[in-house]
Design a binder for this molecule. Structure first.
Ligand code: KG4
Ligand code: ZN
Length: 363
């Protein structure tokens, strides 16, 4: 069932049962209000022309989840319900003409935590319905890539290779154009961010693990010391579980060696944080560089929460072989501006039937 929308400019772009955001080379939908609630950030934003952030608000729940050592899905869902109205109102307050500055509404519908996704998706669909605006469902993993379109003077050129490294995903994709992505490889076990979080817990460094490991990392005196790297030669796949086990064994060894000497143990924890980070960064950089060589990509986009890692940013930028686009840190971690930027390039299916899909695949 296809519903036609009231907005005349949008009906103009109606073709083949789909409302196109682009019509005869012109984008008819210019300003998109997006909502993101797939995990533990309640976020809303308005982005114009897929590139200009008009307003971007993120309410983080990180302090609430920190006491549990990880994101608790039920707590996240409830917190989204409590925050969403305030977050959307904060975005609207920054629009000169209020609702008059919104041409379409978008929301993440997967992948993520079902209960968390439900809040953002239903609020977005309701706003769209009530205001007679088109609704655009967005894939969270794909949206991470669009952080790179939001701030740089020159956006990434196609074809590009995108490395998406977040708490839930580690994916290498080849993008021929907007909406045309092919999977090159992905993780066979833990996502890169998940590995950072689990290893930080093993090293008793706190949550979220990525920033904790980055801040704690200190190079050991032995410059040849290193932890294993799973190369999985001939593929663009990743595996981090062996590395995690290696950290566990090193920690057990350090505990038996240092006993009650908490200072020596703390030093070893920081060295292991460094060695772990080096292994992950080395694997991510080499696989991405190989992907560029094999596909002839002209740029690399580094995206997802782990793209906030300073060492990864530095090593990839230095060694990828082509220009690397990395969003600023607040656009690497979850936000709604990237959802709006991604929605800009999507055709809009003409009904509100989109439902949450916790395991939604990207490629
Ligand atoms: O993209 P994101 O905000 O949420 C998901 O969609 O998963 O990514 C969160 C992940 C967490 O695992 C966190 O530990 C990691 O990104 N992260 C980092 C850094 N900052 C956040 N990992 C490494 N270094 C960082 N500086
Ligand atoms: Zn994310």
């Amino acid at each position: 069932m296809v519903t036609l929308y009231r907005a005349i400019s949008v009906q103009l772009a109606f073709r083949d049962g789909i409302i196109h955001t682009e019509y005869e080379g012109q984008h008819v939908i210019k300003r998109i209000l997006a909502i993101e609630t797939s995990c533990d950030e309640t976020a809303a934003a308005v982005v114009a022309h897929g590139r200009t952030i008009v307003s971007n608000v993120v309410a983080s729940q990180i302090d609430i989840h920190r006491r549990y050592g990880g994101v608790v899905p039920e707590v996240a869902s409830r917190q989204h319900v409590l925050s969403i109205e305030q977050v959307v109102n904060a975005v609207l307050a920054e629009l000169p003409n209020g609702w008059g500055d919104v041409d379409a509404v978008a929301a993440t519908y997967g992948p993520g935590l079902s209960g968390a996704l439900l809040t953002g998706l239903n609020v977005a669909k309701t706003i769209a319905w009530v205001r007679g605006l088109p609704f655009i469902g967005v894939n969270h993993v794909e949206a991470h890539i669009y952080g790179a379109w939001l701030t740089e003077r020159e956006p990434p050129t196609f074809p590009c290779v995108a490395l998406i490294v977040s708490g839930g995903h580690t994916l290498l994709v080849y993008m021929r154009d907007h909406g045309h992505a092919e999977r090159l490889g992905g993780t066979l076990d833990d996502a890169a961010g998940e590995a950072f979080d689990k290893v930080a817990r093993l090293l008793e460094l706190g949550f979220p693990g990525g920033p904790a490991i980055q801040q704690s990392a200190i190079a050991p005196a032995d410059v040849h010391a290193r932890l294993p790297r799973a190369w999985l030669h001939g593929t663009f796949d990743f595996s981090f579980s062996g590395l995690k086990t290696a950290v566990l064994h090193e920690m057990q060894h350090a505990r038996s060696l240092h006993g009650d000497n908490t200072r020596a143990l703390a030093q070893r924890q920081r060295e292991l944080a460094y060695l772990f980070q080096e292994s992950v960064v080395d694997i991510l950089m080499r696989k991405t560089r190989d992907a560029v060589k094999q596909t002839g990509a002209t740029t690399v986009v580094l995206a997802g929460g782990v793209a906030a890692n300073a060492r990864l940013r530095e090593v990839l930028q230095r060694r990828a072989g082509v220009p690397v686009h990395v969003p600023p840190i607040h656009l690497c971690t979850d936000n709604a501006a990237m959802i709006a930027a991604c929605a800009y390039w999507r055709p809009v299916f003409g009904d509100y039937a989109t439902t949450v899909d916790a395991n939604l695949a990207f490629v």
